[in-house]
Write a protein that binds this ligand. Structure first.
Ligand code: NDP
Length: 397
């Protein structure tokens, strides 16, 4: 019999995911945590034992090895696999899930290791295999992607007859005292931010130079911040799934110090992802940089301030123009008190657990590969309010 959940990866997001699953142990019954470095699983295992008096099983796994992942799933027999490793492992874990006939959830779309390019194509191509196996893949159950898609689906269901424009605003106003550090995995973060910008307008993609477009946005409880247009993965699914939408953009805040450091590092080649020869040794510059930078999870105890992520949605209701702003505000200090992790891990790990809950309880029950906005948003929105990520809606002029 399939019971319990299997979580792959033991980084910052995973720690929050495991804490939240432990808080919801009445639903999940049994938690198994596996990752490449067993020591990281042991640390989380001990924290869960100390805080919740719950035992979680742990094991070592290299999830790039799909066959090994399949064998482990067969041994553990979970009801669902939650992938909180890196986007590089998405396809190998999905293949293992198809073979074992176990549903799959992730928080970030597939990215090949040797090319800074992320897209859903290869994951969407597995739709038939998931349907044939009678299982579900829920893609992008973090905050962005994740909650932002649920906000859009909620707006579509309850607030609009037609949606024209969606702007997603992501602000991390946390201060960790470092001149330069990334707030989640540095490799993934720097590949995303240094890439060309892109947004969807009138049925086609418009490309911009990296960080070329900037607007000043007033974030509730935080204030005005320079926000830069980025390409972000939920744009690819939202432009398909929110019917009639004409424009979708994504903006994220960065401090001047972050941008100056990133530009310098890029100019000297430190963001490179191709192997180079260094004194007879092959190294990848971005991997070397990751070794030098503080591990994001280690910054959680020092980070102070708020995050604010939300969607501004414009359209028509009952023949009249309407504009709303749905957002969540999260405190780094509160996140740390609750889960030993910072706000960025918290805002990702909580929705990952809620996605698990939707599938585990059968509240979301479809066979195939789906993005989060393709499900009924209501039970997920209710859980956000009770699991630590309350949202607000502002009607705008
Ligand atoms: P971390 O780097 O902190 O953690 C990643 C974990 O995955 C590490 O424990 C790492 O192990 C493990 N891992 C890496 N490769 C493998 C492998 N081959 N097999 C098994 N385990 C592996 O990352 P984060 O926790 O910051 O991010 C986790 C995921 O969440 C990423 O996919 C990220 O893109 C996504 N994310 C999504 C967001 C959203 O809102 N949707 C926001 C933030 C992050 P080791 O310790 O050995 O390196």
């Amino acid at each position: 019999m399939q019971e319990g959940i299997l979580i792959i990866g033991a980084g910052g997001v995973s720690r929050v995911g495991v804490y939240k699953c432990a808080e919801n142990i009445d639903t999940f019954k049994k938690i198994t945590l596996v990752s490449r470095t067993l020591k990281k699983c042991e640390i989380i295992q001990k924290e869960i034992k100390d805080k919740y008096k719950i035992h979680i099983d742990i094991a070592k796994l290299d999830a790039d090895d799909s066959e090994a992942t399949y064998k482990l799933i067969e041994k553990i027999k979970p009801k669902i696999v939650l992938n909180l490793a890196l986007p590089f492992q998405d396809l190998s874990i999905m293949d293992a899930c198809i073979k074992a006939k176990v549903s799959y959830i992730d928080t970030a779309n597939y990215e090949p290791k040797d090319e800074a390019k992320f897209e859903y194509k290869l994951q969407w191509q597995k739709d038939k295999a998931f349907k044939d196996a009678g299982i579900c893949a829920l893609l992008g159950s973090g905050f962005d992607p994740g909650v932002t898609g649920v906000f859009c689906a909620y707006a579509q269901k309850h607030h609009f007859d037609e949606i024209f424009n969606i702007d997603i605003f992501d602000c991390n106003a946390g201060d960790n005292g470092h001149a330069f550090a990334t707030n989640f995995n540095p490799e993934i973060n720097l590949r995303e931010v240094s890439a060309k910008g892109r947004f969807w307008q009138e049925g086609k993609w418009i490309e911009t130079k990296p960080l070329e477009q900037k607007i000043i946005w007033d974030y509730p409880k935080i204030g005005k911040k320079a926000s830069y247009l980025l390409y972000h993965e939920e744009l690819e699914s939202l432009c398909k799934n929110i019917k009639g939408v004409k424009r979708i953009r994504f903006f994220m805040t960065f401090s001047d110090s972050y941008i100056t450091h990133m530009n310098c590092l890029q100019n000297v080649g430190m963001l490179g992802i191709k192997e180079i020869n260094h004194k007879g040794q092959k190294i990848i510059p971005l991997e070397f940089l990751k070794t030098l930078l503080p591990e994001p999870a280690s910054l959680a105890c020092k980070t102070k301030g708020l995050t604010n992520i939300g969607c501004v949605i414009e359209g028509k209701k009952d023949g009249k123009n309407k504009k709303i702003y749905i957002y969540n505000i999260c405190s780094h200090e509160e996140s740390f008190k609750k889960t030993n992790s910072g706000g960025v891990s918290f805002t990702t790990g909580v929705p990952a657990m809620i996605g698990l809950k939707m599938l585990y309880l059968g509240l979301w029950d479809k066979k195939g590969v789906f993005n989060i906005e393709e499900f009924d948003p209501d039970p997920f929105m209710d859980e956000l309010n009770t699991q630590g990520l309350p949202w607000q809606i502002k009607v705008m002029k």
